[in-house]
Ligand binder design. Structure first.
Ligand SMILES: NC(=O)c1ccc[n+]([C@@H]2O[C@H](COP(=O)([O-])OP(=O)(O)OC[C@H]3O[C@@H](n4cnc5c(N)ncnc54)[C@H](OP(=O)(O)O)[C@@H]3O)[C@@H](O)[C@H]2O)c1
Length: 283
């Protein structure tokens, strides 16, 4: 069941709020989280980052966070929460070292397709694991994250974990069975909208609209439509019908898009392919 988000930062001290957080992987998503925590007022003193690339380390330092230079430094930090933000194919190699040293820490993985069972298999069966799936829009604080974990962890740390991910957008809890589909819808989702924008820009240019104007037309249309789609009183299907006058221009386009349901079916096939790929990432 999808649960309602616990909401943005609360004034009360949340369970886990005093935690020391180790972020393993300071790449795109790791740095998006750091930026969110900074906005949220989480003290940089409570955060340590493990990141091998000098380029990323420089950015992390400039944002006011520390990165570890040595393994003893990580051991001394002794984190309460470890967030794994490395690539899915790197996580199995990374987990054992951390579990051997910090078996009581709460593990949060944001790796696509990596199940809680897989994480326990590569760390320990008693590992306390939560799985989260953010998306790229987290980099501008407009992401959406779905979190899954067992009921005990959710009851204990749910609000704190929600706070960590609400700092980069919306955060929802769901059962783990949804996660591959979530990955396919919102994890990969920004790429679908970027691709749609690319296609519409190309179509505009094919009608001799200058490149810059085509870009502005498409992006502002996408932004305006997304904002309108939040209208609580008018679902997107109604909004679509409102733009589509019988016999008009929009109807002509939608007839092409959805002849024999082809656009709808294509989107379903694409999401299915992404979900199946997510499922296979641990196999
Ligand atoms: N980007 C997205 O849109 C998105 C959305 C949802 C979920 N995710 C998930 O988020 C995770 C990170 O993705 P990303 O896009 O941020 O990837 P990324 O930019 O490649 O960042 C991962 C970083 O972790 C570093 N790393 C590798 N091994 C490490 C180790 N042992 N200890 C510490 N750091 C290590 C990598 O360094 P090297 O490059 O040297 O290996 C890299 O800088 C992935 O599992 C992905 O599935 C990403």
């Amino acid at each position: 069941m999808v649960r309602k988000p616990a909401g943005k930062s609360k004034k009360l001290l949340l369970k886990g709020e005093k935690s020391k957080i180790l972020l393993v992987g300071g790449g795109k998503m790791g740095r998006a989280l750091l930026a969110g925590w900074k906005r949220e007022g989480i003290s940089s003193k409570k955060v340590l980052v493990v990141e091998p690339l000098d380029l990323n380390r420089d950015i992390i330092s400039k944002e006011g966070f520390s990165y570890s230079k040595t393994l003893p430094e990580i051991e001394k930090f002794n984190p309460d929460v470890i967030i794994f933000a490395v690539k899915p194919d790197q996580i199995a190699g990374v987990l054992p070292w951390y579990y051997e040293r910090f078996e009581k820490a709460l593990f949060i993985s944001i790796a696509a397709g990596i199940t809680i069972e897989f994480i326990k298999k590569h760390s320990g069966i008693y590992a306390r694991v939560v799985r989260a799936m953010p998306n790229l829009a987290a980099t501008i604080g407009q992401g959406v994250t779905v979190v899954a974990g067992d009921n005990v962890l959710e009851a204990e740390y749910g609000d704190f974990i929600t706070k960590l991910f609400s700092s980069v957008g919306s955060c929802y809890w769901a059962i783990e069975q949804y996660m591959d589909a979530v990955t396919a819808v919102s994890g990969s989702g920004p790429a679908y909208f970027f691709y749609l924008a690319e296609c519409l820009m190309e179509a505009a240019e094919a009608h001799n609209i200058p490149k810059e104007l085509a870009k502005n037309l498409v992006l502002q249309t996408m932004k305006g439509s997304a904002l309108m789609a939040y209208d609580p009183d008018r679902p997107v299907s109604i909004l679509r019908q409102e733009v589509t006058s019988p016999g008009g221009t929009t109807e002509a386009a939608l007839k092409v898009l959805n002849q024999d349901n082809r656009f709808k079916n294509l989107i379903k096939e694409a999401v299915k392919a992404a979900a199946e790929r997510a499922e296979k990432l641990t196999k």
